[in-house]
Ligand binder design. Structure first.
Ligand code: ADP
Ligand code: MG
Ligand code: MG
Length: 206
């Protein structure tokens, strides 16, 4: 992945989130406060603007800047969580214009660790962790097996989507949806769904 591809990834993520903003908001209306699409759309629009204003020179800087922008522009749960994921991923990368799939696997791993540390969610709690965890597993396995970025990203995207779908029968144990208790069962988690879009964007540009 070079710096241009990293920027394309963030732009593609912004486009997919904008296109699905209403759906994300509807999912959040069912088990949250109905702002997830609005939150992420505002955040990723700001990410694209920030990356255009001062184009970073390394993949690391692209992700750090994207994360910092989300943290400063999006409130609630998702701003700090998505912000810390991207920022921590970026900080785990070498400061080079181009990074290898194995570097990206390490970075994505650091991003998930940071999300889990900040939010305290484990797999099965019906959060974005339920899409991110299988996506990371698939990405790491593909890279370990010699896959290139496109193959690894495609595997991660499929796993994230399956992970998001698998949140439907779960009862939420973290975030606003947990206030609903058993009534959170039967709905797809909005954050797991948008996390699927971010991995889909990576697969689309790779
Ligand atoms: P808010 O709940 O503050 O309105 P959003 O609606 O933007 O924030 O985001 C909600 C999403 O954030 C949830 O669908 C869930 O995936 C994710 N989320 C909430 N709390 C946590 C947590 N503690 N750990 C991981 N993800 C979480
Ligand atoms: Mg919400
Ligand atoms: Mg909110």
């Amino acid at each position: 992945m070079n710096v241009a591809l990293a920027r394309d990834w963030m732009r593609a993520a912004a486009d997919l989130i904008a296109a699905d903003a209403d759906r994300l908001t509807q999912l959040d209306s069912a088990i949250g406060d109905g702002d997830h699409g609005v939150n992420l759309n505002r955040g990723f629009t700001a990410v694209v603007a920030a990356l255009e204003k001062t184009p970073p020179e390394t993949v690391s800087d692209v992700l750090v800047k994207a994360g910092a922008t989300l943290m400063s522009r999006v409130g609630g749960a998702s701003g700090p969580l998505y912000g810390t994921a991207l920022r921590s991923a970026g900080k785990a990368l070498p400061p080079t214009a181009e990074v290898q799939p194995a570097d990206l696997a390490t970075a994505l791993h650091a991003g998930l660790d940071a999300v889990r540390k900040l939010g305290g969610a484990a797999p099965g709690d019906k959060t974005l962790v339920d899409a991110y965890t299988p996506a990371l597993d698939a990405f790491e396995k593909a890279v370990a097996g010699g896959a290139d970025l496109a193959e690894a990203a495609a595997a991660a995207s499929r796993a994230a989507e399956a992970g998001a779908e698998a949140t439907v029968p779960m009862q939420a144990r973290k975030g606003r949806a947990s206030y609903l208790g058993e009534r959170s069962i039967g709905h797809r988690d909005p954050g797991a769904t948008s996390t699927g879009l971010i991995f889909q964007a990576l697969a689309d540009v790779s």
